[in-house]
Design a binder for this molecule. Structure first.
Ligand code: C5P
Length: 226
């Protein structure tokens, strides 16, 4: 299933994009840029048009703060919400408690290792295991803490699926067309290969939003994955 990341700081630009795509895209990702700039009204705009929200705020703080932040975010009833697994298992359990306290059915997803990081950058921050080892360790910890799924690179989906089982959600950003795109993403894959590797949802931003024809770009990806 395709999720389009609306990374802009302008509500009107976001709304125009949703209007162009909502006939074929049913989930839109709101990240820190759009939420910080426009606030909760952007979530209302998306749901009023009949689509669902993936609220990607990547919470990473002490357990008490994360628990309350999750509880507050769940009041907007997003389909999915992200938390950084590097915050540790206590923080992840606090996030689950916050969601449950809100009486919400929002799916909590743990971000593993950002798709923009490669081995060299992991070493720079003192993580010496391979990317695969780090991602698997974090994903297993997220599952043990009661999260519903993880966000990981499509390059790790094939490794995660057998270990996490078929019901654990795997969301993959870092989706790129076959030709090179000179941007910050590092661990990328084409849409059809990501689905074949075990991804449930693909998050695509710039290949669609920066395209001269976003609807055609979305349809091209949808054709690849059905
Ligand atoms: O434009 P692009 O397709 O790279 O957008 C990917 C989106 O997914 C961005 O909004 C980014 O914040 C998000 N994301 C990511 N890697 C993660 C988690 C989220 O790229 N591990």
């Amino acid at each position: 299933m395709l999720i389009v990341a609306i990374d802009t700081d302008n509500l009107q630009v976001a709304e125009e994009l949703v209007d162009k795509l909502v006939s074929v895209v049913k989930i839109f990702k709101v990240g820190s840029q759009l939420f910080t700039a426009c606030g909760p009204q952007v979530l209302q705009m998306i749901t009023q048009k009949g689509a669902q929200v993936f609220l990607d705020l990547k919470f990473h703080d002490i357990p008490h703060t994360v628990s309350h932040a999750v509880e507050a975010a769940c009041r907007y009833n997003p389909l999915m919400l992200t938390i950084h697994t590097l915050g540790g298992s206590q923080m992840l359990r606090a996030a689950v408690a916050g969601r449950n306290h809100a009486g919400s059915s929002t799916k909590l997803l743990g971000v593993t290792i950002l798709t923009s990081l490669d081995k060299g950058q992991l070493e720079e921050i003192g993580l010496s295991a391979s990317v695969n080892e780090e991602v698997l360790c974090l994903a297993q910890m997220a599952q043990g803490a009661g999260l519903d799924g993880v966000v990981a690179s499509p390059q790790e989906a094939g490794l995660l699926r057998p270990s996490l089982g078929k019901d654990f959600i795997i969301v993959c950003p870092g989706i790129r067309p076959s030709g090179p795109m000179d941007d910050d993403q590092r661990r990328t894959m084409q849409a059809k290969n990501a689905i074949a590797a075990g991804a449930d949802y693909l998050v695509v931003g710039r290949p669609i939003t920066q395209s001269p024809d976003p609807l055609a770009a979305a349809n091209k990806i949808l054709e690849e994955i059905v």
